[in-house]
Design a protein around this ligand. Structure first.
Ligand code: AMP
Ligand code: MG
Length: 391
């Protein structure tokens, strides 16, 4: 049994970025850049107006003669303003080289061919200069940048329609358990509804990953066979249940049979102690304990950082904060506890129903509180680390 930090470290040591692929920008949200993006153009490509108003060639007067109109999208290269002349101009329209300032409409009075400026203005103002955001040939976004909406927008702004990103892992989830029934069927005595598949797939979806689930009976031959097949197909194999010490827990043996190297088995934590992590040359394997809260906690704490690293991300964990406890919590030393908690007004409260078989407190939580291995008692006001979950 190893401590939680060592488990995380062993996972990350075994994990590296997958290969790079070219994808359409419209598909790139959530991916990580596998190369620097250089701008092929100056942005903006020309001096343009930040306001609706008048482009003027400054002169010692507050009255200007309006000699042209420049709308957004028009080529104003041949508009020349002599001192004392103005062009009616609109936001985003090209500012002619001879204009020294754009005066906003709100401080002007128009009378036929003449425009009068009614208030002081800043000389040189309201002109967005060519290349002021980025120059042609220079770095727009660095390799390893996570592509959020704004990053995608910036790339689009530069006229680029495909990017090189790290591909996302192909993830399969193998669900074990003879007691499990799909929703929509009536429960027979001794059965429960299967919930881990949709829980884990949903958690992965929240974090930007897709996975598909396959079921297998608690049968050694069947488990070994399907594990062998899935190892060929995917980059990450997750399994649910069957990794504990029961007579019908066949996942560990099935891994061994298929040549999966054990990186660790069992972590000093609650929930999720029987977590197994292994690898082959092409696949990472996380065998998650079957208890629903254990499986979900291990997905957030261990699977997610590995997936992040595979996609080239340098920010590998859920957001972590240090917050004061709102209530007290007592435990025996020896295991790190991950508690379902709620952050409210800058403090964090641990919830009722922390059992690994329950999801009701998890459903209400917005964070996981990390209570360190050696801690025995937390008092209100004690500082704890929390992983922030999506709201
Ligand atoms: P196991 O790890 O297979 O020993 O399962 C531990 C506990 O989690 C047992 O009470 C199982 O019935 C329950 N469990 C296992 N897999 C699932 C699942 N997919 N959905 C809901 N509960 C499960
Ligand atoms: Mg089981």
């Amino acid at each position: 049994m190893i401590p939680v930090n060592e488990a995380l470290q062993r996972i990350l040591t075994r994990t590296s970025a997958l290969d790079a692929i070219n994808i359409q920008l419209s598909e790139a949200l959530g991916y990580v850049l596998a190369e620097d993006v250089l701008s092929p153009i100056d942005m903006p490509p020309f001096d343009n107006s930040a306001m609706d108003g008048y482009a003027i060639n400054e002169f010692d007067s507050d009255e200007y003669k309006v000699v042209a109109e420049i709308q957004a999208g028009m080529n104003a290269s041949d508009v020349t303003l002599k001192p004392g002349e103005a062009a009616r101009i609109f936001t985003g329209a090209m500012v002619p080289a001879s204009a020294t300032t754009v005066v906003k409409q709100e401080i002007t009075l128009r009378d036929g061919e003449t425009v009068k400026i009614t208030e002081a203005f800043q000389s040189g103002g309201n002109i967005r200069k060519k290349a002021e955001q980025i120059q042609s040939g220079t770095l727009a976004l660095e390799k390893a940048t996570h592509l959020n909406a704004a990053a995608i927008g910036l790339i689009a702004m530069l006229g680029i329609d495909s990017v090189k990103v790290y591909r996302k892992p192909l993830i399969k989830l193998l669900v074990t358990g003879n007691e499990l029934v799909e929703a929509g069927n009536e429960l027979q005595a001794g059965q429960i509804y299967e919930s881990n598949a949709i829980t884990i797939i949903s958690a992965l979806k929240e974090l930007g990953f897709d996975a598909t689930a396959v079921r297998v009976a608690d049968d050694y031959e069947a488990t070994a066979k399907i594990v062998g097949e899935l190892l060929q197909e995917c980059d990450v194999l997750l399994t649910s249940g069957g990794i504990s010490v029961g007579d019908y827990d066949f996942v560990g043996k099935a891994m061994e049979e298929n040549g999966v190297r054990t990186e660790f088995y069992k972590v000093k934590q609650k929930p999720g102690k029987p977590l197994f992590f292994g690898s082959t040359d092409s696949c990472l394997v996380f065998a998650l304990p079957g208890n629903p809260a254990s499986a979900l906690t291990c997905t957030y704490i261990y699977v997610f950082p590995a997936l992040q690293k595979m996609t080239g991300s340098t920010s590998l964990h859920l957001e972590k904060r240090s917050l004061p406890m709102a209530n007290s919590y007592t435990k025996r030393p020896g295991l790190t506890h991950y508690l379902k908690g709620r952050v409210v007004d800058g403090t964090v409260e641990s919830l009722e129903h922390q059992s690994s078989s329950m999801l009701n407190s998890f459903a209400l939580s917005n964070c996981l509180i990390v209570v360190p291995e050696e801690a025995e008692k937390l008092e209100p006001g004690d500082s704890v680390s929390v992983y922030i979950l999506t709201k």
